[in-house]
Design a protein around this ligand. Structure first.
Ligand code: LLP
Length: 415
């Protein structure tokens, strides 16, 4: 968790705002983001690449609230998008289209058209079929698309199997050895200009080696392309740098940047990066109120008002998020499951967790919830989605209202 979250007189604060007070004012479940943490994370990441020509495209899927995207845009970030909806968000905040890259295996024609009309920097193309679809749409609209081919370097990133993407068995990208013929094909097309190569090996990667190996494979391909007369302008190495949720020891952004720039030193291409988690995860907590304490078959349950519809990562990946009461007091520890109200066995925030003996009515902070937190939330069980708040020193702004019951049925009226 970022330094922006600190205890002051026994109460956890986000910058100058008491989390206990925020929960009281706005209610729970509540996502609370620190502006300082987001700014510091971005600046550190960006500065780590120093003078090396680079573009940091924040991965919108990590957290996509317009106020947060606007903040990143103001800091000079571009955006990595994976859908027309994410492009809409980027455009809503006035993102420079020349700083937008479009990833994803399943781009639909309407999304391709939207991106072509928006004049985005790059399509990260994941198959020959997609390349041909972009060519066809470009021809119809008379717009030439800049493309990078996403290669799959067949590297084991040693992360949770559900968030690894760079092995040949995964649906992402194309094998490195298939890339050369595909570039030749791209170069022969009229409405597609191959200007880059892209690669993303997975998420929550906590060692440098997979990044280094993937970059080496990409560079080998770039050399082969050069030898066959295809010169690129961009090398996009994706995102994926992990954070410490529990006891992981991920490399620092400086070590990460140094490892990549060492390999790329002297090259003419611009480096594109698509970080998400490393910029956003530790910049937010999810606040939840304890509803009930319950004992069943010798197990202790803490029933909270945030469930898997609010934070899916524990239920989906068994992910660990540290949980602390916002008010620290001397008390015994217990081992409990922290569960939500949702009608699923996988509806939990923590399992077999040693926690201070909490009481009903008190507020807990689920840490490191800023990436894949709100964006993975849903209305399952017809639960309105949580509010989001951005703290800026002593003040705060509700950047997304809590959904109402009316919001739940909007779009279902009139039949
Ligand atoms: N670029 C591409 C092409 C990606 O697929 C991803 C993440 C990123 C960038 C950003 O990766 P990051 O820097 O955030 O690791 N829902 C999962 C993670 C899914 C990752 C999807 N792709 C989770 O909660 O852990």
């Amino acid at each position: 968790m970022a330094a922006a979250f600190e205890s002051q007189k026994g109460i956890l604060h986000c910058e100058g705002c008491s989390l206990k007070q925020l929960a009281r004012d706005i209610g729970t479940p509540l996502y609370v983001y620190s502006r300082n943490a987001l700014v510091d994370n971005f600046r550190q990441f960006d500065r780590a690449f120093g003078e090396f020509p680079h573009l940091v495209c924040f991965a919108v899927k990590d957290t996509s609230n317009l106020s947060l995207l606007r903040l990143f845009r103001d800091l000079g970030a571009g955006f990595d998008i994976v859908s027309g909806g994410e492009l809409f968000r980027a455009r809503q905040v006035g993102a420079d289209p020349q700083k937008v890259v479009f990833s994803g295996v399943g781009k639909k024609n309407v999304e391709i058209d939207y991106a072509l009309n928006s004049n985005i920097l790059l399509f990260n193309v994941e198959s020959k079929a997609e390349l041909d679809a972009i060519e066809a749409r470009g021809k119809t609209l008379n717009i030439k698309a800049r493309v990078a081919i996403r290669v799959n370097p067949d590297i084991d990133p040693d992360t949770h199997p559900h968030i690894a993407t760079g092995l040949l068995q995964h649906k992402f990208g194309i094998g490195v050895e298939e890339a050369l013929p595909l570039y030749r094909h791209a170069a022969s097309l009229s409405f597609v200009e191959p200007v880059g190569v892209s690669c993303h090996i997975g998420s929550q990667v906590t060692t440098l080696n997979p990044f280094v190996e993937a970059t080496q494979r990409v560079l080998k391909l770039v050399e082969e392309l050069n030898a066959s007369g295809i010169r690129l302008r961009y090398i996009d190495l994706g995102g994926g740098l992990g954070i410490r949720y529990r006891d992981e020891c991920p490399p620092t952004v400086f070590d990460y940047a140094a490892a990549l720039t060492r390999l790329l030193a002297g090259r003419p291409e611009t480096l594109i990066l698509e970080p998400g988690r490393i910029l956003a995860a530790d910049a937010a907590v999810l606040l939840t109120e304890v509803l009930y304490l319950k004992q069943s078959q010798g197990r202790q349950f803490v029933v909270a008002d945030a469930g898997m519809n609010d934070l899916l990562r524990p239920g989906l990946y068994g992910a660990f998020h540290d949980i602390v009461p916002v008010e620290a007091t001397e008390r015994d520890a217990v081992v409990a499951d922290v569960v939500g109200p949702v009608w699923e066995t996988t509806d939990y925030l923590a399992r077999d967790r040693s926690l201070p003996q909490v009481q009903s009515g008190e507020v807990l902070a689920v840490k490191d919830a800023g990436a894949y937190g709100f964006t993975l939330s849903s209305n399952y069980n017809s639960r309105p989605r949580a509010a989001e708040v951005l703290v800026d020193s002593q003040s705060y702004h509700v950047i997304r209202k809590r959904e109402s019951y009316e919001d739940l049925v909007r779009g279902e009226k009139g039949f």
